[in-house]
Design a protein around this ligand. Sequence first.
Ligand code: TRP
Length: 463
Amino acid sequence: MNKTIKTATFATTIGMILATAGSAVGLGNIWRFPTMTGENGGAAFIFIYMIFNVVIGLVGMMAEFIVGRSGGANSVTAYAKAGRELADGKVRKYGELWGIFGALGGLGTALILSFYSVIAGWCVYYLYKALKGEVLGSPEEIEATFGALVSTDYSWICCLLAILFTASTYFIVARGIEKGIEKASKLMVPLLFILLIILSVASCMLPGAGKGLEFLLMPDISKVTWKTVYEAMSHSFFSLSLGIACLCTYASYMKKDINLAKAAVQIACIDIGVAIIAGFMIFPAAFSVGVSPDSGPSLIFLTLPNVFTNAFPSTIGYCIAVLFYFLLVLAALTSTISMLEVGTVVIEQKLRLSRSVAAAIVTLFCCVMGSLCSLSFAYPEIGLAGTTFFDNCDYITAKFMLPIGGFFTAILVGWLMPKEKVINELASHGTVNVKPLHVNIFFFLLRFVCPICVAVIFIGQLI
Ligand code: TRP
């Protein structure tokens, strides 16, 4: 009953890359990235976001991989182990307290799943509408469809869809991450990529798309505030699934000979690529039909149906709409699996419960929180501090938990773990040749650049 899923998972390197890329690529790229870009002034935001991905994101991913793979267990155990070990085989006093970050990871990923499932539910709704041929229409009709969705009349449907989505995630996670998911990812990620390219070309050809391209390509430095920098950093964490023990959990299923640096680069490239193409798909269309780029969470639901309607003959538009929402749902699912996985393995291994019971506990929590998130659009009184509960969950996780988790992971791996052990992981236990210069750059970024940048930007937005 109590067996872990270690041997069943990530049998192949490509399976590992795709599953981890499946976690990274999701609504964060196609929904959250355009939303953030739209609200933060376009190209300037993208530029800063890219810098964070390269300077902090890659190194942060490698640090989490190191904690996870050397720990070889759930995130609480892995962080505790990393915090305890000293170079000479002794143990650090109170080192196991680092396990708190593993536990926060389990909680944080569950909170992310709570609001993420609401958007995923909207995608399911749009898939249904697309199948019925009802997402196509005039800009006014398209706006009315979305308006109805978040109104009081439909709020219970949204709530049910969010629960349904979380439940689907449960069924996959409860069975272990099977070969099916790896195989499905192999087909889905490239297909999503191709479809995004087709849609972005179509979007760029709409009349008036030029303004959108300008918005994406011409940085307006005057728009850059501390908030822009902070949002770019926190989104970089969100999109890479970084700072909340998700990568650490996946890394515990990685074989010892996998080159962690190479894996991090490949996953980050896929992730950035999808986000940028999504930008080219959304903004030219938004400017073309007069949807404001800072429309917030509704942005992709307001612009894309216009692309489907206006850029293609009706049957082709119909097929593309169906395929697109289908892939969006699947992309969301490969991400939600990774969110549910973190808390599930912690509960499974720490409380010695079966995998299905452990997953059920986390799912139940996410369903309750997800319902509150989804109802908070129609009933704003559910939220705290003058915003919706949906925004509260997004805020607490993306703006606080991820950067804080990333900061402490950098401290742990950069300063506290025995250096030889970290180098041994980087060298994949002797199977990879790492140059001393690269090791030095890695340590420099991890010890100084990452913690200082994250701390300064984090504190800067508080004051
Ligand atoms: N990165 C995913 C996306 O872009 C979302 C995601 C999956 C995530 N697992 C995570 C975000 C863990 C933060 C932490 O859609």
